[in-house]
Design a protein around this ligand. Structure first.
Ligand code: HAM
Length: 428
């Protein structure tokens, strides 16, 4: 039997054929994200990969596609329904409530990174296991914090060298606003019901606002003249949105107001936003988020507001590759030891251990026979130096140290070897 990875999943490995599956690129992206989180003073939170299914049905909203169609659900051995997490927000809220974090301080700034699972038809930029970097700010309602996290998301893209992205922003107001708007939208769509796409016809009864972000051309044509939610905002929500846009202007963050942006999860109110690229085709959203003022309470927690975003690491990496942006080169070992012969091998093993204890990265060719071939391997591994210990040199107690970048070679006595390498390493 030949084992194959399930559809919509992929391995992340060294030298992967498709660039975005390459481990070095992931490690680089993750390091940029961790530094960003530190600079904005966010603490990491790690929540489990699966939770009780009810959490996601309540948290994400039973009528959203993610909960209704895309959950990976299974029964555990005690016949309890569990689901792989489709996103991070619901789990973070659960953890916040369960660990009583509200007691500790007023405002919480949390971030997470890891795999999410959605059962959807795989295509470029859409996977059944994808990875997100997400943040959640709990306990702060001011519109300054909305601006700060939008700035954080845009900074991530700037730090990665991504340009030409579009920030779309909208306000979907509070519950009453949406109730009035939904009614107006239904009244508008009713005469056009037969012309809507099949998906939108289903959404018409369940979640009509989701029709607004349909990608189907038939729907888009109808929606051109649809009422705008911005005309339904309460005076307070309107003021808030205007202040938000003002702040964005002050921070020189470019945006486009998109009154059809509603996002696919049910927990949002007021601010919603998304960053899109022109290059990924249908799956063009690199990240998105919004405010959720009643989610925590609806999950049985304190009445605290929240806002957050998440971005997809696969899509970010793919966009970086498509835009030819800089990825740092992978660093190889400081020394690659090439021992020829049994005695040389034994000597090298001890030397390698000593050097590694001094935190110097060392690798060794246990199968070394021909020096040229082993030097080729050292280059492939991007080793900085090679140390050649040939059998005949064992008698003379001499090794050859070769700087592979400058192509310089030096003979070193065994007794000086450790200090010589240590000095070279710590000088670098
Ligand atoms: P989301 O828009 O569903 O939001 O997902 C966030 C990002 O994850 C998307 O913009 C996209 O880049 C990536 N993504 C989603 N699904 C897939 C997939 N199947 N394959 C590849 N990438 C994907 C959320 O998940 C919210 N929890 C964000 C949030 C946090 N809102 C408030 N706090």
């Amino acid at each position: 039997m030949k084992y194959q990875i399930p559809k919509g999943l992929f391995d992340i490995i060294a030298n992967a054929k498709e660039g975005f599956k390459e481990i070095d690129k992931w490690q680089y992206l993750e390091s940029v994200i961790k530094k960003l989180a530190k600079d904005y003073n966010f603490e990491e939170i790690r929540v489990p990969i699966f939770e009780k299914t009810e959490l996601f049905l309540r948290g994400v909203g039973a009528s959203s596609d993610i909960a209704a169609k895309e959950l990976y659900t299974f029964l555990d051995k005690a016949k309890r329904s569990m689901s792989l997490r489709p996103e991070g927000t619901a789990s973070v809220m659960r953890a916040f409530i369960e660990n009583n974090l509200a007691q500790e301080k007023k405002v919480h700034k949390l971030y997470y990174m890891g795999p999410m699972f959605r059962y959807d038809r795989p295509q470029k930029g859409r996977y059944r296991q994808h990875h997100q970097f997400g943040i959640e700010v709990i306990g702060e309602k001011s519109c300054e914090i909305d601006v700060e996290i939008i700035d954080m998301l845009m900074s991530l893209f700037t730090r990665l060298g991504l340009k030409d992205l579009k920030l779309l922003i909208n306000s979907i107001g509070d519950f009453e606003t949406r109730a009035c708007y939904k009614k107006a939208l239904i009244d508008f769509l009713k005469p056009n019901f037969e012309d809507l796409s099949e998906d939108s016809q289903v959404r018409f009864n369940k979640n009509p606002m989701r029709i607004l972000d349909s990608k189907d051309e038939r729907d888009k044509k109808i929606l051109k003249n649809a009422p705008s939610i911005l005309d339904f905002l309460s005076p307070a929500a309107k003021d808030r949105f205007e202040s938000l846009l003002n702040f964005l202007d002050k921070l020189n963050i470019k945006y486009e107001v998109d009154n059809k942006l509603v996002r696919g999860l049910d927990y949002y109110d007021d601010t919603v936003f998304e960053v899109v690229t022109q290059k990924l085709g249908a799956q063009n959203s690199l990240g998105g988020g919004g405010r959720y003022n009643s989610l925590l309470k609806s999950l049985g927690g304190p009445d605290l507001p929240g806002i957050g975003f998440a971005c997809g690491l696969e899509r970010i990496l793919q966009t970086m590759i498509d835009n030819d942006v800089y990825f740092p080169k992978k660093e190889g070992p400081f020394v690659y030891i090439i021992p020829i012969g049994k005695d040389a091998k034994e000597f090298s093993l001890i030397l390698a251990k000593d050097l590694r204890h001094h935190k110097i990265a060392v690798d060794m060719d246990f199968n070394a026979k021909k020096i040229q071939k082993s030097l080729g391997l050292a280059n492939k591994l991007r080793a900085k130096n090679a140390l050649i210990i040939a059998d005949h040199e064992m008698q003379k107690k001499i090794a050859s140290f070769k700087n592979l970048e400058r192509r310089e070679q030096k003979e070193i006595k065994f007794e000086d070897l450790k200090n010589f390498i240590k000095n070279k390493f710590y000088k670098v």
